[in-house]
Design a protein around this ligand. Structure first.
Ligand code: ATP
Length: 262
């Protein structure tokens, strides 16, 4: 399944000098990052370091106090919600569960950004939704009520909804949280193959090292380091930022850094 519409290119994301202040709290300070088109960029950092807040400024949910977010040449904050919905799909940590809708209806909602009000689904929409549900292994859940399925199943429904949106940028906030090991690996493997640009907040450093082209390490609202996982994830930095002693080896199969607790 392709994550984009024919003719649409994956976005280049440029976040520059982002500050977020809420009341007296300075939550993000001069944060910047670049996600090259079609790459997977991991946002890492301890609890409260600012990952979700940064993602919210990128998908136009929380206006920054200063700084800019560009998708290619477009400043997302100068465009409408509708425009942004055509570019960016978002999978968040805590999905509302009160919808009286089936899983299939939730997935179909992903097509809304590309349609006019009350425009019926086409055969193309149907095919896209069927393919996304198959890919996320949720076809058997199609007629189940979204709020009645498990946390991991709900997460996979929401990922399928994001895929049918055919975004140029896919943002995911700790998408592996509710997923079992098989679905964690297949989701991140899929992220590397979609061809769209992906910015994903992750807690699992080994998954980040394995699947991300580059990572941005945040601590207390500031970028500590960014670059390839091998450059950023050093024993010294992990000890400093996470307050945990680790050993790092080269994974015998993937050749990627593999982090082990001491
Ligand atoms: N609306 C708000 N008002 C005040 N403080 C806030 C608000 N939203 C977030 N914060 C604070 O900003 C900081 C960063 O929060 P954020 O959710 O971005 O962190 P995170 O890195 O995503 O954390 P986690 O890994 O726990 O999900 C936290 O200290 C949080 O308490």
């Amino acid at each position: 399944m392709r994550a984009r519409q024919a003719g649409d290119m994956p976005a280049r994301v440029h976040v520059d000098g982002i500050d977020v202040r809420i009341g007296d709290a300075h939550i993000l300070e001069a944060v910047g990052l670049v996600a090259e088109p079609g790459t997977v960029v991991g946002l890492l950092g301890p609890n409260g370091s600012g990952k979700s807040t940064l993602l919210r400024t990128i998908f136009r949910s929380l206006p920054p106090t200063a700084g800019q977010v560009h998708l290619d040449r477009d400043d997302v904050w100068t465009h409408s919600v509708k425009w942004n919905a055509k570019q960016t799909a978002v999978v968040l940590q805590d999905a509302p569960t009160e919808f009286p809708l089936t899983c299939s209806e939730i997935v179909r909602m992903g097509r809304t950004a590309h349609k006019r009000l009350l425009e019926p689904d086409t055969a193309f929409d149907e095919d896209l939704c069927d393919a996304a549900m198959e890919l996320m292994e949720i076809t058997s859940l199609a007629h189940k009520v979204f709020s009645h399925v498990s946390g991991g199943e709900r997460q996979r429904v929401l990922i399928a909804r994001a895929l049918v949106q055919q975004p140029r940028l896919l943002i995911m906030d700790e998408p592996t949280n509710h997923l079992d090991l098989h679905h964690q690996l297949s989701l991140l493997d899929l992220a590397t193959k979609l061809g769209t640009t992906v910015v994903v907040a992750l807690h699992d450093l080994n998954l980040a090292a394995r699947y991300c082209d580059s990572v941005v390490l945040l601590d207390r609202g500031r970028v500590v380091a960014q670059g390839t996982p091998a450059d950023v994830l050093t024993t010294e930095r992990i000890a400093e930022v996470y307050r945990v002693d680790v050993q790092i080896i080269e994974h015998p199969t993937t050749g990627k850094p593999h982090i082990m607790l001491c």
